[in-house]
Write a protein that binds this ligand. Structure first.
Ligand code: SF4
Length: 583
């Protein structure tokens, strides 16, 4: 009889983090099924889990640390030990820091899920680095988060109560391709109770095919459309007057501005018929509770994207869809779980140790002002006042990616001489691939370290390639990057294959190699998880068993007690932060 085990964790192929049971036979993952007892996903899994075992044991998965011995990109590697690799990397980092300052280091990363971001943040802070972090987040949600934080403090984009909505708006989102759990939910509620669906998308997607109203918008004209909706909603008095009066500032200025966008004019700009624009705005405002799940398309619009997101937040707020069942939930970090507070990623990142003088050196501090540490430093005091814990910071800030590549090539505004990449392949995601390639090939770059699952095109240009443990090979204990207080836990299904290491071990190893020992007392991810859970009195094993730990209470409308985490304590329809940052 083979040795059979079932391990509980969450799939981390995408941010849905569905609860799964991983079946292991004789130490090998053989099958994955949805965990019906998982309180969030209730057994749902998509097709990706079916191929997970094949993916995990694919012969191209990296197993050992490699050091470049030929020219960059030549494909000549020598197998080395972790100790040798980390020792050499640490020495080179210290030398570069001494010569060029701690800002000479850049990190590029991707969207590995789980509890992986804060170790990078802690390492950066203790190194004195101004969080020169470069990631595809700038085309996938960072702007949206930042604009939420500026306008209303709380980020409500991800906690959307679609299953209880009466109307769902997919604006630049196609869940049939990118969010299968949400897609399953909307198909079910459409069949069971005829939920209304509005789609704003230039493409005829599967989601557009099931819509009651499909606004086939001219690409890039979303802000005009949003202002047109607001024109209808405000002029026809379809908003929540009590909420607007008590909990917003700037309504009169908003009202004046939307007069410039009557439906007929918006129809000319967007290519959508005026009658359809009016019907959609009325449907959204009057069939509520309505929700607008997150879609990355708006973050990819460029300048217009910021204003579209601002309008969407304003719509949710003035129509009364914040903090209601079927609308957008307010989830905050720092809420007690079993009487104690789970230690947040921001607490572990220790931004308090990075003075303003150091933060100002972040690449793009004065350029991408909202998503850089400039904007975050303005907003953080209000978040901390309301949350009672350090402001979320792990994926909420970014440096300026294009400036990074140019700084490597030109040395301006200062030379970036070292890069650490993990779970990221900028040759695939960053704009201007030729520039990225030139920078990664450049002799100006003294050190390029990558931790990866596979030998990606970007990894092929590295000096060291270190093997990473996948989600099936690492423990999980996370509050989802501080977006709330709910904790998800899971155990590794199998020990890391070959010599793979999880991200925590990777950054801890680097930290020890540059003299940060005293700040990294926890040897493994499990030890860190115990540390983070300690105030709750719940052990990591118990957390795994329960899959999800909920906060003790959930106040649907917490602003009534605390105000919103903005300078005025209200939703700022005219944002003082955006004004200060000169947007
Ligand atoms: S939707 Fe699919 S890929 Fe995403 S977490 Fe769930 S099972 Fe994994």
């Amino acid at each position: 009889m083979p040795d059979q085990q079932v391990k509980k964790t969450s799939c981390q192929y995408c941010s849905n983090m569905c609860g799964v049971l991983v079946h292991v036979e004789d130490g090998k993952v053989v099958r994955i099924e949805g965990n019906r007892e998982h309180p969030l996903s209730r057994g749902f899994v998509c097709e990706r889990t079916r191929i997970a075992p094949k993916w995990l044991y694919h012969p191209d998965q990296l197993m050992y640390p490699l050091k470049r011995v030929g020219q960059r990109g030549e494909g000549k590697w020598q197998r080395v030990s972790w100790d040798d690799a980390l020792g050499e990397i640490g020495q080179r980092l210290l030398k570069l820091k001494q010569e060029y300052g701690p800002e000479t280091l850049g990190f590029f990363e991707g969207t590995w899920r789980g509890n992986d971001y804060w170790p990078r943040g802690r390492f950066a802070t203790l190194f004195g680095n101004p969080h020169n972090i470069f990631a595809p987040g700038v085309i996938c949600g960072i702007n949206d988060m930042a604009i939420n934080m500026a306008v209303m403090g709380d980020v409500t984009t991800y906690a959307v109560d679609t299953p209880r909505s009466n109307c769902v708006v997919y604006w630049g989102a196609d869940p049939s391709e990118s969010s299968l759990r949400n897609w399953a939910a909307v198909r079910r509620i459409q069949r069971d109770r005829g939920v209304k669906v509005i789609v704003v998308d230039p493409r005829q997607t599967k989601t557009a095919d099931i819509a009651d109203i499909w606004l086939r918008i001219r690409p890039g004209t979303d802000t005009a459309l949003a202002l047109g909706w607001l024109n209808v909603i405000i002029n026809e008095g379809l908003y929540d007057k009590e909420f607007v009066e008590q909990w917003t500032v700037g309504f009169d200025r908003l009202k004046g501005r939307v007069q410039e966008y009557p439906p007929e004019k918006v129809a000319e700009i967007t290519g959508c018929p005026a009658g359809q624009i009016e019907a959609a705005a009325r449907m959204y405002a009057t069939s509520g509770p309505s929700s607008m799940p997150y879609g990355v398309a708006i973050d990819q619009l460029g300048l217009n994207g910021t204003r579209t997101e601002q309008c969407k937040i304003i719509m949710r707020a003035i129509c009364g869809y914040l903090g209601v069942s079927g609308g957008h939930l307010i989830t905050r970090p720092g809420q007690p779980v079993n009487g104690g507070k789970f230690v947040t990623e921001a607490e572990l990142t220790r931004m308090d140790l990075l003075p303003m003088e150091a933060r100002r050196k972040q690449m793009g501090f004065d350029v991408c002002r909202l998503v850089s540490l400039k904007g975050w430093s303005l907003m953080s005091e209000h978040l901390e006042r309301v949350y009672g814990v350090p402001a979320p910071v792990t994926v909420q800030i970014q440096a300026h990616t294009t400036m990074l590549w140019r700084s490597i090539l030109t040395g301006k505004p200062y030379p970036v001489k070292a890069l650490i990449g993990w779970g990221s392949n900028p040759l695939a995601w960053a704009g201007n691939v030729k520039l990225v390639y030139e920078a990664l090939k450049s002799n100006n770059l003294d050190l390029h370290v990558v931790q990866e699952l596979f030998m990606t095109p970007s990894a092929q240009l590295a000096d060291y390639v270190l093997p990473a443990a996948s989600w099936m090979e690492r423990d999980l204990c996370t509050n989802m990057m501080d977006f709330g207080s709910l904790v998800q836990a899971g155990e590794k299904a199998v020990p890391p294959l070959g010599e793979r290491r999880d991200v925590y071990e990777f950054f801890r190893g680097l930290a020890l190699a540059v003299g940060q020992e005293e700040h990294w007392p926890w040897k493994t991810l499990e030890e860190v998880s115990e540390h983070r859970l300690k105030p709750t009195g719940i052990s990591f094993r118990e957390a795994v068993d329960r899959c999800v730990l909920f906060p003790d209470t959930f106040d649907m409308q917490p602003w009534k007690q605390t105000g919103f985490p903005t300078p005025s304590g209200k939703v700022e329809l005219y944002s003082s932060i955006l004004e200060y940052l000169d947007y």
